[in-house]
Design a protein around this ligand. Structure first.
Ligand code: ATP
Length: 545
């Protein structure tokens, strides 16, 4: 069923069940009002059709049945609502300003009056409801139990398409644009605008049209640019344009296989096959081993947009209320779906739950996030990374939230070979710099052998520092340059031995190793392959995909 129809039926039920206060947090007042009007007049959804009466501080109550004019003051308006005797839905705009926060105190008189109105709303002979529409969500504690929050989704592809078609029609009638757009082209533009409000989408289309007086599929760039700007303005979500490929990530073959098997799982054909869209993965492990790297590479592999959610900003209080930030971020991700939502260092947001004295805000946001993870139907693949897993609440790790928890350990010999290969190929493209140095199996194995215990980031550092030495002396690089850096670098695995042991112990019970069994072989000094002694002491269970 169409999501909008579903929402209308749900709201119709709430109206019928006499829920006194509903709260819609949105910038799209007109769209929300239009939806309420269509519910209010539809006997099938609401049983008793009712008039929709709006209130703003500038106009007071406005509607056909309103006779009195002096209702600009909220108390007067509420008084009027209390005594009103016909079936009605009252839509009150921007009441959040009376609910406090942002340096303002709540208006206790208005809050009390709202509580007084409840019995009239519930018991009047004719049904009455109140809907608050505000760009921000703010709930006074006194009304928390009486207000029902209604999620108002961003426009669907169907709604955006309708609006685009109308714009094209009007502009063509006036001979203002040259059209070079077939059905498929329209679909591309509409999909690019997903995640925007209707007004934002219309602005983006308008900009695309006026720039050269034409509308073609090439304008997708303009729309994506506009979308990037708008999403950036939220301050919480960020588009990460990633060209990084899976081949740029050395090792972690088990994780890569798991991901590869889920490629195309977003397509209709997968659904027809009876497959649900994957929920997401949690990547934990030793810092600097490629968790962020692989998160970016998934976007390229699956050809899906990558959105980074800054969990720190959600709680920072810098941009709006934390609860609303989370709600809006998830809504935007859903509107853009299919998409990848990357939550870097997730523990930063949800650690110390219930202990930071924020009157339950963190727990509520956490609860909302978990429910969303469990129940989400839109194809938003969550990739969460965490270094300090002990800080994560156990509920997050329970089955049903993430499809799998992967542990990214210190790279094994084979993986170090792969990581060296990636970085040497990347940096040694100039034959003059390369000189006689060969990226041969022998050299790679030697480098891997002398870097046991190095993380990927340190291996990259070895390559860079080796090149620096050669550059300083104005010559080609040699194996000796790299060997020298290796001998001088004290890896993280030495300085943070205890911590690594702790996270490995944790992972042995709860996570799957990102490294497959075959890569967990080590090399003896004479380069013979053998089963690694460290295999058992490494973190993560061996389940090969
Ligand atoms: P942190 O949690 O500290 O951010 P991380 O596990 O997310 O660590 P990355 O940020 O992905 O680590 O790695 C840092 C850099 O190290 C990467 O940009 C990359 O250059 C290099 N690197 C790490 N692991 C790998 C790898 N497996 N293959 C290739 N390069 C790697």
């Amino acid at each position: 069923m169409d999501a909008l129809i579903e929402k209308k039926i749900l709201m119709g039920n709430l109206f019928r069940a006499r829920f006194p206060f509903l709260y819609i947090s949105t910038w799209e007042e007109d769209r929300a009002l239009e939806m309420i009007r269509s519910i209010a007049t539809n006997a099938e959804w609401i049983k008793t059709p009712r008039e929709v009466i709006t209130w703003t501080v500038t106009n007071g109550l406005t509607g056909e049945g309103i006779t009195k004019k002096d209702t600009k003051a909220p108390i007067q308006a509420l008084d009027y609502i209390e005594k009103y005797e016909k079936p009605a839905i009252f839509v009150l705009h921007d009441f959040h300003v009376y609910f406090g926060e942002d340096g303002r105190l709540p208006d206790f008189q208005i809050i009390r009056k709202l509580r007084d109105v409840i019995s009239s709303l519930k018991q009047s002979a004719n049904p009455k409801n109140v809907v608050f529409i505000s760009p921000v969500l703010r709930l006074p504690v006194e009304l928390e139990k009486d207000i029902t929050i209604v999620d108002f989704q961003l426009p669907s592809a169907k709604e955006i398409r309708q609006s685009l078609n109308e714009m094209i029609l009007v502009n063509q009638e006036h001979g203002r644009i040259e059209m070079n757009l077939d059905e498929q082209g329209r679909e591309v533009l509409v999909n690019a605008a997903l995640g925007l409000t209707l007004a934002e989408a219309e602005n983006a289309f308008a900009r695309a049209m006026v720039e050269d007086g034409k509308l073609s599929v090439k304008d997708v760039e303009v729309i994506l640019e506009e979308k990037e700007q708008i999403i950036k303005k939220t301050g919480i979500l960020e588009f990460i344009p990633s060209k990084l490929k899976m081949e740029d990530v050395g090792g972690l073959e088990n994780l890569k296989r798991w991901l590869r098997k889920r490629d195309k799982s977003w397509l209709e054909s997968a659904r027809e096959y009876g497959l649900p869209a994957p929920k997401g993965v949690l990547l934990t492990g030793v810092p600097g081993c490629g968790k962020s790297l692989i998160s970016k590479a998934i976007s390229e592999m699956w050809q899906l947009p990558l959105l980074r959610l800054d969990i720190g900003k959600i709680f920072s209080g810098l941009v709006g209320s934390s609860e609303e930030n989370m709600r809006k971020a998830l809504q935007t991700a859903e509107a853009i779906a299919p998409a990848i939502l990357w939550i870097d260092e997730i523990e930063k947001g949800f650690s110390g739950l219930n202990t930071n004295g924020d009157s339950g805000t963190t727990s509520r946001i956490f609860g909302h996030f978990l429910t969303w993870m469990q129940e989400k139907e839109k194809p938003v693949f969550v990739i969460a990374t965490a270094n300090n897993i002990s800080a994560l609440p156990p509920e997050m790790l329970r089955k049903g939230r993430f499809d799998e928890i992967f542990f990214v350990d210190l790279p094994t010999h084979r993986e170090r070979v792969e990581i060296f290969k990636v970085h040497l190929h990347k940096r040694l493209q100039n034959e003059e710099i390369k000189g006689t140095f060969q990226i041969s199996d022998y050299n790679l194995n030697t480098l891997a052998q002398i870097t046991e215990g190095f993380v990927g980031a340190e291996i990259e550092q070895v390559v860079i520092d080796g090149l620096f030495d050669a550059f300083y002396e104005n010559r080609s690089v040699t194996m000796k340059d790299f060997e020298k850096v290796c001998s001088q670098l004290i890896p993280l695995s030495v300085t943070q031995q205890e911590q690594i042991k702790r996270i490995r112990d944790w992972a042995n019970v709860r996570a799957v190793a990102a490294t497959p069994r075959e890569d967990r072989r080590e090399y003896k000094s004479n380069m013979e392959e053998c089963e690694a002694g460290v295999l058992s002491s490494r973190g993560g269970r061996t389940i090969d995909f």
